[in-house]
Design a protein around this ligand. Structure first.
Ligand code: ADP
Ligand code: MG
Length: 361
């Protein structure tokens, strides 16, 4: 927090979930989650994003109460829930591939947790039916999961998670078992339900594309630490670190005298090496190593000049050229070119994650 901020500044928007120095240590060695601080705004769609093993599921399971906390605190609407049992937290979890009971009808799947709590049959069926109606599944309440499409199963799973009236819905890679077409349909549906219900969703994914499509707020994690928190637009346009720029993709990381900089691959221009560099732009020489047609654009892979093509398996830099521009001036493998970019297209990158980054929304 900036010390110069006047005391009269309005308080931050209410947080559904607040993590305070939250840590999980499974064994000796570096912690799976390392003193992370995070506030998740009430009613927002938050995606925890990062490579496999970075601590996303561990963080989610600690919030759910399915994993003990080594140190630190979890607050739900300002109530400390760190030591509360899972069923008593105000959270609910939706699992990968929905984990519906195959032998139970949609109605009984949704009513299941009420049955466990000893709620009578009439009441639990009424409440389950209400929720199924809400997710447009009332007409199919008596079907078993195998008689439902993937999309219908997702709605039953959502209704089942909502029956406990949670404040926060936790989703761990809920779409990763689906085929690519269904995944895109289902993510649009999740987003729509989140807005309609006005609940806080915390969704774990390793897919940048999924997080960008869904999130109000993205939390990018690496090695048990938070690297960056922001809207998809902020993170894509201003990745804070080399890790975030590389993980998000679509960026080149360049070494300069002033340190590493990031430039979006669609914010760089390619010109033949024989031409003078365009005025006012920064430039760099390179050699074309890959030409990939992608439909609306052509992706050029490039190496620094003088690097033997066998020294690196993949291109170090890439530039997106529109299909029309490439058709007007095609480039070929091995061709020497000049890359250029406007100074304002470049921004500096941190090279190391900052531990205990205080992520305040
Ligand atoms: P992610 O969901 O981001 O892929 P996880 O939170 O599952 O990552 O795991 C973070 C780290 O903690 C990994 O190094 C993983 O091997 C380790 N880990 C996860 N669960 C356990 C466990 N039950 N026991 C020991 N180590 C674990
Ligand atoms: Mg995981």
């Amino acid at each position: 927090m900036n010390a110069a901020v006047p005391a009269t500044k309005s308080p931050p928007p209410s947080a559904a979930i607040e993590l305070v120095a939250l840590t999980k240590r499974y064994a000796q060695g570096s912690p799976a989650v390392d003193r992370i601080n995070l506030r998740i705004r009430s009613g927002s769609y938050c995606c925890l994003l990062g490579p496999s093993g970075c601590g996303k599921s561990t963080t989610l399971r600690m919030i759910a109460g399915h994993e003990s906390v080594s140190s630190g605190d979890i607050l739900l609407e300002n109530r400390n829930i760190t030591d509360r049992p899972a069923a008593d937290r105000g959270t609910a979890m939706m699992f990968q591939s929905f984990a519906l009971f195959p032998h139970l009808s949609a109605l009984d799947n949704v009513a299941f947790s009420l049955k466990m709590k000893g709620v009578g049959k009439t009441e639990r069926h009424t409440r389950a039916k209400d929720l199924l109606d809400r997710v447009a599944m009332g007409a199919l309440a008596n079907r078993k999961p195998a008689e439902l499409s993937g999309g219908q199963q997702q709605r039953v799973a959502l209704a089942r998670a909502l029956i406990t009236r949670p404040k926060v819905l936790l989703l761990d890679e809920p779409l990763s078992a689906l085929d690519p077409f269904l995944r895109i349909q289902m993510r649009a549906e999740l987003r729509r339900w989140q807005k309609e219900l006005g609940l806080t969703f915390i969704h774990v994914t390793h897919s940048q594309e999924e997080a960008m499509a869904l999130a109000d707020t993205m939390v990018v994690m690496n090695h048990g630490l938070i690297e960056q928190v922001g809207s998809p637009h902020e993170i894509y346009n201003r990745p804070a670190s080399e890790f975030v720029a590389r993980f998000m993709g679509g960026h080149n990381v360049l070494d300069t005298a002033a340190g590493k900089i990031g430039v979006r691959t669609d914010h760089m221009q390619v010109t033949p090496a024989s031409q003078a560099a365009p005025d006012g732009l920064h430039s760099k020489r390179a050699v074309i190593t890959d030409v990939e047609y992608q439909g609306t654009y052509v992706l050029l892979g490039l190496q620094h000049p003088g690097v033997s093509p066998t020294a690196h398996a993949t291109a170090e830099l890439s530039v997106m050229v529109s299909e029309a521009a490439f058709a007007a001036r095609p480039y070929s493998l091995g061709e020497a070119v000049q890359l250029s970019w406007a100074p304002e297209a470049a921004h500096s990158l941190k090279t190391t994650p900052s531990p205990q980054l205080s992520a305040v929304l």
